[in-house]
Design a protein around this ligand. Sequence first.
Ligand SMILES: CC(C)(COP(=O)(O)OP(=O)(O)OC[C@H]1O[C@@H](n2cnc3c(N)ncnc32)[C@H](O)[C@@H]1OP(=O)(O)O)[C@@H](O)C(=O)NCCC(=O)NCCS
Length: 190
Amino acid sequence: MIKLQGKKVFLSALERDDCRKIWQETEFDFENPPDYFIVGASVEKADELYSDIQSKQGKTQIRLGIFLPSEDGATLIGDIALLDINWQDRACTLGYGLTKIEYRNKGYTTDAAITILRYGFCHLGFERISATTLEHNIGSQRVLEKCGFTLEGRERKAVYIAGRRYDRLMYGMLADEFIKLHGTKISWSS
Ligand SMILES: CC(C)(COP(=O)(O)OP(=O)(O)OC[C@H]1O[C@@H](n2cnc3c(N)ncnc32)[C@H](O)[C@@H]1OP(=O)(O)O)[C@@H](O)C(=O)NCCC(=O)NCCS
C-alpha cells in the first residue's frame, strides 16, 4: 500500500477497522467544541464513513489516515482529507482531526497537512486549496498559518454550538505560495 511520508507521521488508506477506531477513540475538547459534535451516533456511523470514503475516494475527495510510526508497526492517530474536489477549477478544501487529546499539540497535524497539501498541489495539480475553522479553534488556526494559508474572510456568527454562536474563518492557499514555502518533493513509501 502506498504511503505519503511526512517528517513525523505518514498518511495511508483507512480500512473499515480504522474508521471504527477513529469513531471510538475521538475525544472531544468540550471547552473548544468542534462543529461536527453530534451526540448519539453509533459505531454503524463509522461503517457509513468507510462506505462514504470508498465511493468518493479519488473522485470528490481523498481521505487518508494519519499514522504515527512505532517499532511494532504504526498507530492511527487521526484523519486528513482533501474534500469537495472540483477538478475543473482545480480546487478543493482541506479538513483534519486527531482522535485522542494526548496526540494534540505535538506538531502531527501540521506535518500531516503539509504532506497532503504537497500531494494536492504537486502531484494532483490543484491551483487552490481552501480551509475553514471556527474562531475559538486556535490550534487549527495555527496549523493553517504554519502551512502558509492566508486568512481571506470571516463569516460572522455562522455556527451554533451549545448556546453560543461562533464566527467561521475562511483560509486559502495557492500552489505557488505553497511551493515557495515547502518545495515540491513528494516522499512516497510502501
Ligand atoms: C485542531 C487540531 C487539528 C490541531 O492539531 P495539532 O496536531 O494539535 O496541531 P499541531 O501540534 O500541529 O500545532 C500547530 C500549532 O498550534 C498550536 N496549538 C495546537 N493546539 C492548540 C491549542 N488548543 N491552543 C493553542 N495553540 C495550539 C501548537 O502549539 C503549534 O504551535 P507552535 O508550533 O507555534 O508551537 C487538533 O487539536 C484536533 O484534532 N482537534 C480536534 C478536531 C478539530 O478541531 N479539527 C479541526 C477542525 S477545523
